[in-house]
Design a protein around this ligand. Structure first.
Ligand code: HAM
Length: 429
């Protein structure tokens, strides 16, 4: 029988690697807590309509990349391709806008699904960590959200990155720019790919993001959004930049930065990897303002801003920079036994050690004593606790500090307290 393999574009995260993921998640959550953002968990699948309306009908995501299926009740459901639409749906449905504490500041993490062509840094299932702040259009909040993502990256030690920002302006600015783009591309649109031809009237901004027509000469001469920003939009963008300057966050303005999702206005941004040794995909994180999205999903007019990054790409960047993170993979103690009665006793001791909060393990393969010691070494146990039938008879047990090789004998009944004191104090024997 042929062996069943993992689906393309997905991965198993095995012990040994998962600790890095857990470390990153803990770090990101810790930064969020300091910024007073709270976790929200939404379902893995949603009604397909949500993404059609939220992410936008003309986006690649909705047109080509969604995992959409009909359930047994004939409803069209979709595995979430991103988190923002679902968070906004929940914000509207659960009336979070009615809470006294505004803006509503949320973070989330979990798997997202896109049917993309898999390559390094582009998966069909990937884990996003994202943040959404809803209920304020203060440019200081844009700066806060940007500071938050840069803090996460900074605290993980990532240095070779840059923050790239742009403004897509308000609705009037966008409409004017849209018309200018149509005028610019229309006379030569037949020279562009089929997707772009479809985008011309529906969403010409997306032409600028086309991977196939990137080299067309009309791309570099396309009208810049910055030239179409009205006074309010310009002033808004200036304030965001001013706050970033005040906090001391470096950024680059790139007027060609357009995002692949429809809901953005005003501030749009990406964090890019700039170091050598990084693959073709250099965007680590993307986000921006989406002031019309809550209304689009059926809620009251509410401003919003957020970002998301995938942990896969973050790990790629950490590895490209050869950054080692200080997560612990060892255990506190390994129980070695010699003889039948001693073995039985270790089962009970192991349970008691763990109940006392100590990371402990023992042999389950009836290994010889020497092999049990080897296992303790492999698991990087700080202590080995050794019990033989002879010691058991006199109620004693040996504790060996693996680093120094020192060994002491303690009464079995005081083992748990003894281990606790040793580990808490980090003391040698
Ligand atoms: P996005 O640019 O589509 O935006 O994705 C954000 C990030 O998710 C990317 O920068 C990348 O790190 C990661 N990502 C996307 N697709 C893949 C993939 N196929 N494989 C690995 N990683 C991937 C959004 O999703 C918006 N919801 C971000 C946002 C939040 N905007 C406002 N709030």
């Amino acid at each position: 029988m042929s062996q069943i393999q993992i689906p393309r574009g997905t991965q198993d995260i095995l012990p040994g690697d998962v600790e890095l993921w857990q470390y990153i998640e803990t770090k990101a959550k810790d930064v969020c807590r300091r910024y007073n953002y709270h976790e929200i968990r939404t379902p893995i699948f949603e009604h397909t309509d949500l993404f059609q309306r939220g992410v936008g009908d003309t986006t690649d995501i909705v047109q080509k990349e969604m995992y959409t299926f009909e359930d047994r009740g004939k409803r069209s459901l979709t595995l979430r391709p991103e988190g923002t639409a679902a968070v906004v749906r929940s914000f509207v449905e659960k009336k979070l806008y009615g809470n006294a504490n505004q803006p509503t500041k949320l973070y989330y993490t979990g798997p997202m699904f896109r049917y993309e062509r898999p390559q390094s840094g582009r998966m069909r299932q990937f884990i996003q960590f994202g943040v959404e702040a809803l209920g304020s259009d203060d440019p200081a909040l844009d700066a806060e959200v940007l500071a938050l993502v840069m803090s996460i990256y900074g605290e993980l030690g990532l240095k070779d990155i840059k923050l790239v920002i742009n403004s897509l302006g308000d609705k009037t600015s966008r409409d004017d720019h849209r018309q200018a783009l149509i005028n610019h591309f229309k006379p030569s649109i037949t020279e562009f790919c089929e997707d772009c031809q479809g985008r011309l009237e529906k969403n010409p901004l997306r032409i600028l993001d086309c991977k196939k027509d990137r080299e067309h000469q009309l791309m570099s001469t396309a009208p810049s959004i910055l030239a179409y920003l009205n006074e309010e939009s310009k002033a808004y963008f200036d304030k965001v930049k001013n706050y970033l300057d005040k906090i001391g966050i470096a950024y680059e303005v790139d007027p060609t930065l357009v995002r692949g999702l429809d809901y953005y206005n005003h501030t749009a941004f990406e964090v890019m990897a700039v170091g050598k040794g990084f693959g073709a995909i250099t965007t680590l994180c993307g986000g921006g303002r989406y002031n019309g999205l809550v209304e689009e999903i059926g809620g009251p007019p509410t401003a919003g801003i957020g970002f998301a990054f995938s942990i896969e790409r973050l790990i790629m960047a950490l590895k490209a920079h050869q950054l080692e993170l200080p997560f612990e993979q060892n255990i506190d103690c390994y129980l070695v036994s010699l003889g039948e009665q001693a073995k039985e006793k270790t089962v009970e001791l192991l349970y008691r050690l763990r109940a006392a909060g100590i990371r402990a393990d023992k042999d389950y393969l009836d290994k010889k004593m020497k092999a049990q010691f080897k296992a303790a070494d492999r698991l990087k146990a700080s202590y080995t606790v050794i019990l033989g039938d002879d010691e058991l008879a006199v109620n004693k047990i040996n504790v060996k500090h693996m680093e120094t090789g020192e060994q002491v004998e303690v009464a079995i009944d005081s083992l748990i307290d003894y281990m606790k004191t040793q580990l808490e104090g980090g003391k040698e024997l």
